[in-house]
Design a protein around this ligand. Structure first.
Ligand code: PLP
Length: 375
């Protein structure tokens, strides 16, 4: 373990070593099994994982793909998004939420967020919908569901599809139902740092429509419905068998990890309650937060982050540049001030370590360092 100049150990943002130590034997056995079969693409582990995740999220069908970004792109395609269409998205998210839309020749239309939940503000949809709008992509940011009922009601009134970006929130609930099981499509990412992360890239799409699931299975394999017969433009985007075997092991531990993350959030809450100048995360009344991130707001965010770094404590800014002000979308001609809550969040947020193996003593040290930074 690495130490700072004053002898304190470093606290990383995420410690995947600690997680691997606790599941090493199970993972190795699962990998050995795949290596024995030498079946690497669309094998039995992918089929089983699809079934297990569909069940976990309360959906009829699941289709494994190569990444969370591809899950979004293929879902948008299956939802009928074509060049020239518009899709409503929050401007406070990872770039993949929007570039999956623009990669299809469609236009992301950026919507402001609710300051308390950091998720798309349903009240702001009306002003952004137009004759070319076809879909809404709500993001369950940091592990908490967006206000889906209001979004779905709006979508139904305007004939729009709802594609959930559930990359950060597997296991979260909304009025008793799991996220990813709420819209027309639910998209998951298995990027290693996600709450259910593989040892490489991976993703999955959830849906209740058999027709959509069939189309997605074709889209992930060059648009072929039959081997070597392609019906439409597709992709080579599969979840591979080794990742699926790893993810099946990790899925068995996911609920336990979600509980540990929530407990860590409670510990932070009680320690940070006494620190003035810190705005703690809000848990909306509609469901369970799985704390992919524990994200606070601070006015002097950059100075606090630097102070923590000097104390050996890692933290991160997700995300420093809102999507409407990204260089890739310069041609869409948004200006600073257009989406004030997204811009304020980008300048105030700081995500602290929250991984399941984090100890109470580490949380105490982090909270204490924040208090000293603000003094
Ligand atoms: C991680 C993430 C994605 C993309 O997932 P990849 O697997 O990295 O392609 C999309 N949206 C959000 C909100 C994410 O956090």
């Amino acid at each position: 373990m690495q130490h700072t100049a004053n002898g304190n150990s470093q606290i990383p943002l995420l410690d995947l070593h600690a997680q691997y130590d606790s599941i090493r034997e199970e993972i190795r056995a699962a990998l050995d099994e795949v290596l024995k079969t030498q079946h690497f693409i669309l094998g039995p582990n992918v089929v089983s994982l699809e079934k297990e995740i569909a069940d976990y999220c309360g959906r009829r069908f699941a289709v494994g793909v190569a990444s969370g970004t591809d899950a979004l792109t293929l879902s948008l395609c299956a939802a009928g998004i074509r060049p020239g269409d518009e899709v409503l998205v929050p401007a406070f998210s990872f770039i993949a939420t929007a570039d999956s839309i623009s990669s299809l020749g469609a236009t992301p239309v950026f919507v402001d967020i609710q300051p308390e939940t950091f998720c798309i503000d349903p009240e702001k949809l009306r002003a952004k919908v137009g004759p070319r709008t076809r879909a809404i992509v709500p993001v369950h940011l940091y592990g908490q569901s967006a206000d889906v009922d209001a979004i779905v009601a709006f979508a139904q009134a305007h004939g729009l599809k709802v594609i959930e970006d559930n990359a950060q929130a597997i296991g979260a609930t909304y009025h008793g139902k799991r996220t990813g099981g709420l819209g027309d499509f639910g998209c998951l990412s298995f990027f290693p740092s996600k709450n259910l992360g593989g040892y490489g890239d991976g993703g999955m799409i959830l849906t209740d429509s058999e027709e959509a699931a069939d189309r997605l299975r074709a889209l992930r394999s060059h648009g072929s419905v039959k081997k070597y017969v392609s019906r439409e433009q597709g992709w080579n985007s599969r979840l591979d068998e080794l990742q699926a075997a790893i993810l099946r092991v990790k899925l068995r531990h996911l609920d336990r990890w979600c509980v540990a993350r929530r407990n860590n959030a409670t510990r932070y809450d009680s320690r940070l309650a006494k620190v003035s100048g810190v705005v703690r995360p809000t848990v909306a009344g509609w469901g369970e937060h799985v704390f992919h991130q524990y994200t606070i707001r601070l006015e002097r965010r950059d100075a606090v982050q630097e102070f923590l770094a000097n104390e050996g404590i890692a933290s991160a800014v997700y995300y420093p540049v809102p999507l409407h002000l990204q260089p890739i979308y310069l041609h869409l001609a948004y200006r600073p001030g257009d989406l004030p809550e997204c811009e304020r969040a980008a300048s105030e947020v700081l995500s602290l370590p929250i991984y399941p193996e984090l100890t109470d003593a580490q949380i105490e040290r982090i909270a204490d360092s924040i208090a000293r930074a603000l003094r």
